[in-house]
Unconditional design. Sequence first.
Length: 576
Amino acid sequence: MSIYKKLLFETLFEESTDGLMILENGKCIECNQAILNTLGVKDKNLLYGLLPSNISPELQPDGQKSSLKEKKMMRFALIHGSHNFDWVYTGRNGEDVWVDVTMTPITMDQQDIVYVSCRDVSRRKKEEKKLLEEKEKLYRLAHNDALTGLPNRLFFIERLKQVTSMAKRHRRELAILFMDLDRFKEINDSLGHAAGDKVLCEIATRLPGVIRKEDTLVRLGGDEFVILMENLFDKTDAAILAKKILDVLNEPIYIDGHILYVSGSIGISLYPENNGSIDNLINCADTAMYKAKAKGRNNFQFHSNDLTEIANERVGLEEKLRQSLNNDEFLVYYQPQINSENGELTGMEAFVRWNHKNTKIISPSKFIAFAEETGFIVPLDQWVMKKAFTQMVQWYKMGYNPGILALNLSMKQLRREDFIFRLKSMLKETGCKPEWVSLEVTENQIMPNLEKVFDTLTQIREMGIKIAIDDFGIGCSTLSRLKDIPIDKLKIDQTFIKNLPHNKNDISIIKAAILLSKNLNIDIIAKGVETEEQKRFLTETGCMHMQGYIYAKPMMASKMEEMFKIKCHNTLDMEQ
Ligand code: C2E
Ligand code: MG
């Protein structure tokens, strides 16, 4: 190459307005003034020997690590002959410097090098960012209600489109609750629009307190609000929320020295039940809302009449349960647990009974599942715990030895953050000793939640309270996992006892469970033992602890005291 040409190329390289770099083994071996200007670096020597990622933030805006992305880009350039992409360097003052990069691998003097040209696009990127922010601001202004700050109709329609298509894909159900305030016009007419606005704002601050985190609250305009409930567990969940909304609306509102009483009418439509278009869903909720108005306001209605009836029953049941708890209409029954070898009482299990209006004793099988679903199980179990702890203390004080008290515990309770705190306070308040207590959690509830409750179980055991796995055998859990769980006792489910000693499969399961408990060095107890044959088989096979009608049905505390006085070799005729 002539000296002229060499000079020409050198000048072109040096004077180019694009930043240029030559990389060898990924590191800079040459560069021009423009790249120094772009990066704010004074001397070329400061760049020599550096990888591009050495002068870049750790992460690129697309989330990739700079050190990994540069290798990936280099590979792409080698495969395709050249490669163009966005890159961010770190400028002199630590700011992001956006460049548009083109990498071209070339061979010179049998040496593979990469020619890199960078165009500074920081200004353009900054403008784009500003534009985006302004667009988002405009979006917020357009999609939010100026008075309450809640999302508005436009937002609602967009969101509804998204969630219905998601619900369709994942086969989930959702509900729309359309709420219109009753006689809101009267407030506006009598107290003025400013007072009306304050009422709307008050409602907009109350409602988020009753909806779930994943629900969307929208003000459609005027006195109309909408709640979009996603992932319905049960259709009637929408009714439970509607009831909560009506209750929170009914609380008095204090405005400008006035006490106002507000109510609302709610219409509910369901997806995919009230299928069809989005318009159809909204219309169904709207029609249902007018039905609620026609039924005397301050109530909710589903689009389908049948559902309204079922939902009302459910809401009614929850209300009845809560009222009964306040009125002390629950009882605790106790069922003895016996050592079959010597007939001695080893403890008892506490069961709740609903003494509805003090006229009829209702079994837990009628309401425990519902209480679990609605969360009522939490206050109910707390109540049972307190009652049973107090009873234990009383029995010990009376000189009896009631053994260990077993309490059924819902997973909902165990997963509460304050559970340990509450348990400790309850022990302290009642004077019950931890070593008198064993907590039962069913295998079905514990296994899927093991990671979440592991620490809690460990803490419970550290306090001196025992843990038993209830309904053992029906949960099909991996037996090998049992050795890692902090437990003290297995409770064999009644299904395996029922057909003893005739069913071969049940016999094998019982024997395996007994062996397992021996190997893990934990206790084992059989429940639902009803016949002499079952009792004999279990005793001979090595499961001496049992509970069941053969000894006694669950009974009131006063009857239990009779048990303390006698040995339990014979079946006792006790009330249920
Ligand atoms: P569980 O813990 O498996 O209790 C055993 C159930 O079997 C009890 O029914 C008991 O009365 C009954 N039983 C006992 N021995 C025999 C027998 O020999 N034969 C037959 N056929 N049944 C027997 P109950 O009292 O109706 O309780 C049902 C379930 O409700 C309990 O099952 C427990 O899971 C739940 N439960 C009861 N009380 C409470 C409570 O206070 N809190 C919680 N979370 N759950 C409770
Ligand atoms: Mg139990």
